[in-house]
Write a protein that binds this ligand. Sequence first.
Ligand code: GLU
Length: 425
Amino acid sequence: MKSPIPDYLAEVLGDSAHAVEGAVADYIPELAKADPDRFGVALSTVDGVVYAAGDADVEFSIQSISKPFVYALALADRGLDGVLAKVGVEPSGDAFNELSLEPGTGRPRNPMINAGAIATHALAGMAGWGAAERMERVVAGLSEFAGRPLRVDEAVCASELETAHRNLALAHMLRSYQILDEEPTAVVEGYTRQCSLLVTTRDLAVMAATLANGGRQPVTGRQVISPRVARQVLSVMTTCGMYDAAGDWVTTVGIPAKSGVAGGLIGALPGQVGVATFSPRLDVHGNSVRGVHLFGRMSEDMGLHLMDVPAPSRSVLRKVRTFDDGHSTAIVFQLQGSLGFTTAEVVVRAVVESTERTDRVIFDIERLQSVDRVGRVMLLEVVRRLSLDGREVLFLDPDGVVPDPVPGDGGAVRVVRTREELRAR
Ligand code: GLU
């Protein structure tokens, strides 16, 4: 059978092709030469399957879509506090090339506007590195996100540098506020090279999926950045990724996103997918007209809005059974699905309500698929309290789904791996 997903993508491309408003960016002379009719879409799952349609393998310059990824590298290299000292996280509601410095500190408001992105570029790599070394870090880092070596389009870079007066002005302002502590022209040159890296729509979908996947590149399997850094980047994309259209975007499309003036647009839906589109005609905010259209359609069709409430998952409690052999009583809680705060709360409640007169409490967690940090802590705290109340506690956990099952002070749990072992006890 042929997968229906590429056919769906081809269909939505066809449906958005009528949008011919907008214009290609011309403030960078080389970009004005782009073919305005190019149109591609790609979607990458977090387990590394990529679906694409249209011009998904055509290269174009990444432009501002580099910003979230270089922000990720800066966070990885300098730590959250090191970056926050120089660049804020507040949406500015301004256009991409506004100055938007915070009164008092002089910090650019966020890393998605140019002022913030220029300051962020200077934070990639280690303190004290020269411009060349830093650039290597940026190219290597973004290549890791893409899963292939990326290269700079020298013509686009040279063309943008010739007319980079505004970015130079921003960098000089940043220097005057000591947000930059080096030569502004070198930083703008590096930032411009970063923006001139060539990518395809397919690359961008995988890069976005890496952010959606807690920093693990879904195709190569490499952990490019930590889950905490990925969370930070997605948060900033949600509030600041679409410049002065951020509020409209988050309410209608509801996917953390970033656009670039060459016509690329990415969306990263945490835990689900990375999506990318390419179409060079831009709207007044500098976002791809067809890209915005396509994202709206896909979000609606595929139910990708971040704030859509998911259907309630099946109850975490599959079965609760009590046994009484005349001498002692036992209760078995059979759990399923995943254990996080809200599902663990259901378990806590059931245990509190039904273990008053039980000698033995058994958690059959064979069907539990995952246990997050909070789920584990809550389950082990339940074990500890049951132990302190004099109950014997057992886990039937064949796959070791609860890592390090050691409850705190006074708690004890016996872990058995098979049903036979459980019956023998
Ligand atoms: N290199 C572009 C600039 O700094 C990026 C802008 C964008 O893609 O929004 O002007």
